[in-house]
Design a protein around this ligand. Structure first.
Ligand SMILES: [Zn+2]
Length: 212
């Protein structure tokens, strides 16, 4: 449709507005949320600093509503949730971030899913902050079990040596982009791999944290 025509129709009959979280038809803000859901958003308590990660941010507490959205986003049903979800990812100025690296999937998993959801989020972050993405710096070298079903020590064992960094990361300040952080063991393993290959600083920025 011609843009002018489209504008005319949208003014004549505005589309219904649904809040992303409660899915109710309400007055929503630019953030895609109704007042009630916005007021209910909670700042998360982040896991304790890890050995290799220089800093970590997560915008909100991981809730059932958010879990539902993330699942649809990961299953490719709703890739259009990306701008809504990425607004909860924050990169502090003090990090002086040079490159974004999405937490990688194992190639087989990415082949089945056809995309890496963290890469899609990184694209939005990259255009908002003007920081380039360099996904090639980190690779997942083997399949790993779902972290959420494992205990702390099992998580570390599951991830040991699961990533490989490219030598080009040497001397760089990198921000890892992930959707949800729980104990931080995945981000820590990624950071460890990058630091061992010479990265100067490695941070993590996520949508949500599942520690309540
Ligand atoms: Zn709502």
């Amino acid at each position: 449709m011609h843009p002018v025509k489209e504008l005319f129709y949208s003014l004549l009959c505005p589309p219904p507005h649904y809040c992303y979280l409660c899915q109710e038809e309400r007055i929503i803000g630019d953030d895609g949320l109704c007042d009630e859901c916005r007021n209910n958003l909670k700042r998360p308590i982040l896991p304790a600093p890890t050995e290799y990660l220089d800093g970590l941010t997560a915008g909100v507490v991981y809730t059932d509503e958010l879990a539902r959205l993330l699942l649809q986003f990961k299953n490719k049903e709703r890739l259009d949730y990306a701008p809504f979800l990425s607004q909860f990812i924050h990169i502090p100025k003090e990090w002086y971030a040079e490159l974004l690296v999405p937490v990688p999937l194992y190639w087989k998993q990415q082949y089945i899913r056809t995309y890496n959801q963290c890469y899609v989020l990184s694209e939005y972050i990259s255009s908002e902050y003007g920081i380039p993405i360099c996904a090639e710096l980190l690779k997942r070298t083997r399949e790993t079990s779902q972290q959420k079903s494992l205990s702390g020590s099992e998580r570390r064992k599951n991830l040991k040596g699961a990533f490989e960094a490219a030598p080009e990361c040497a001397g760089r300040t990198i921000v890892l982009i992930d959707d949800v952080v729980t104990t931080g063991s995945t981000l820590n393993e990624c950071a460890k791999t990058l630091k061992k290959a010479g990265a100067r600083r490695v941070y993590g920025a996520c949508i949500a944290c599942s520690i309540r």
